[in-house]
Unconditional design. Structure first.
Lengths: 169, 161
C-alpha cells in the first residue's frame, strides 16, 4: 500500500474537498426517530390501499396496491415495537428498493431530510436490539438525539418479504 | 483496564478490588478494573425489539453503548429508584463498552481472595455460574457477579426478595 507523506495527504485533501454528505429521510415510529437513505426511495404515499395479509404467516407485513401493482409493506411499528397500533393520520408509506425488490415501509410520520457525514455514522451496539444487524445502517446523533438509520437491503431480507414475493402475491 | 483472559495485578497479589453497589437492597459487586466510568442516570434512547433487560442506547464521549438494567436482568419487579447510576463496563460483551444500571453505588473495597467464599449452587436465586465469589462486607454478604456471563446469557433469573 502507498505510504503518503504529509504533503501528499494535504494535496489530496484539497483535491477531494470536504466529505460527501449522505441524505436521509427522517421519520417517526412510536416515540423514536429513524432515518432511511434516499438512494432507493421512489415515492412517499398516503397509506390508502393498504390491506392486511393472513396471520400467522404475516406478522409485520401488509400488502399495498400502487398503480395496479401489489407490494409488501413492512409495518414498522409492528416490526420495531411488536405493537398492533392503529395507523395515525400522519402515517405514510415510503416506497423504496431493497435487494432489487420494491418494498414499502409504513411509518407513523415523515419528518424532514437530513444530511449526514458518513464518518459520523457508528455501528449499532450488538446488545441494543434483537433484530438482525443488517436491518440497520448505523446510528448518529442529531441535536443530542440518537437516530437509528435503517438499511433497506437488510429489511428486504425479512422472511415475510421473501414469502410475499415467493407466493407471487 | 483489564483485558479478557488476563489476571489483574491485585488478583495476582491475593486480593481483588471491586465496586460495590445495591440492587433491590442487596449488595453486589463487579471487578473495579472493568469499570471505566460511573455516570449519573440519563434516559437512554429506546431501541427497537431490544432484549427485555436492555433499556436502550446512550452516547458517552462520542461512543454509543447499550444500557442494561441490572434490576431487570435479575428479574426484580417494582419501581426503579429515582436516581440510579450507570456503570460503564469494558470488555464484557462484543460491544467494547456496556452501561450497567444499578440502584446505588456504595464503595470500592479490596477483597482478600482467601476470604472469598465459593457460592452455593444458588444464592439469592442466582445460579453459581453467574457468581465469581461471595464475601462479607459490613456483616452482610456481597455477591461478586460474573458480569460477562450475566450479560451474554439468556437464562432468566429471579432474585429472591
Amino acid at each position: 500500500m502507498e505510504r503518503l507523506t504529509l504533503t501528499k495527504q494535504r494535496t489530496r485533501a484539497r483535491v477531494e474537498g470536504p466529505a460527501v454528505r449522505e441524505k436521509f429521510l427522517l421519520f417517526r415510529v412510536g416515540d423514536e426517530i429513524y432515518g432511511m437513505g434516499l438512494r432507493g426511495l421512489r415515492e412517499v404515499l398516503l397509506p390508502d390501499g393498504l390491506t392486511a395479509l393472513p396471520t400467522p404467516a404475516y406478522q409485520v407485513c401488509a400488502a399495498f396496491t400502487c398503480r395496479g401493482r401489489r407490494l409488501p409493506v413492512i409495518r414498522m411499528r409492528a416490526l420495531f415495537e411488536d405493537s398492533p397500533a392503529d395507523i395515525p393520520v400522519t402515517a405514510r408509506v415510503l416506497l423504496t428498493q431493497g435487494q432489487g425488490r420494491a418494498i414499502g415501509l409504513l411509518v407513523d410520520e415523515v419528518l424532514e431530510m437530513a444530511e449526514v457525514d458518513p464518518a459520523r455514522i457508528a455501528p449499532v451496539p450488538a446488545l441494543a436490539t434483537l433484530l438482525d444487524a443488517t436491518s440497520f445502517r448505523g446510528l448518529y446523533t442529531r441535536q443530542d438525539r440518537i437516530i437509528l438509520l435503517v438499511n433497506e437491503d437488510g429489511l428486504a431480507r425479512l422472511d415475510e418479504v421473501a414469502q410475499f414475493y415467493a407466493a407471487g402475491s | 483496564m483489564a483485558q479478557p483472559g488476563t489476571i489483574p495485578f491485585d488478583v495476582a497479589q491475593g486480593e481483588v478490588s471491586v465496586l460495590m453497589f445495591l440492587v433491590a437492597g442487596r449488595q453486589f459487586a463487579v471487578e473495579l478494573a472493568r469499570v471505566q466510568h460511573i455516570l449519573d442516570y440519563q434516559a437512554p434512547t429506546k431501541t427497537p425489539r431490544r432484549p427485555p433487560f436492555v433499556e436502550g442506547i446512550m452516547q458517552h464521549k462520542g461512543r454509543f453503548l447499550s444500557v442494561v438494567s441490572l434490576r431487570k436482568r435479575l428479574g426484580v419487579e417494582g419501581p426503579a429508584p429515582v436516581h440510579p447510576a450507570i456503570l460503564l463496563l469494558t470488555d464484557i460483551t462484543q460491544d467494547s463498552v456496556v452501561g450497567l444500571m444499578v440502584d446505588q453505588v456504595l464503595r470500592v473495597l479490596s477483597l482478600p481472595l482467601e476470604k472469598m467464599l465459593t457460592p452455593p449452587p444458588r444464592m439469592l436465586g442466582i445460579r453459581a455460574e453467574f457468581i465469581r465469589g461471595v464475601a462479607n462486607a459490613g456483616e452482610r454478604p456481597v455477591v461478586w457477579l460474573d458480569e460477562a456471563k450475566l450479560l451474554t446469557s439468556d437464562e432468566p433469573i429471579a432474585l429472591l426478595a
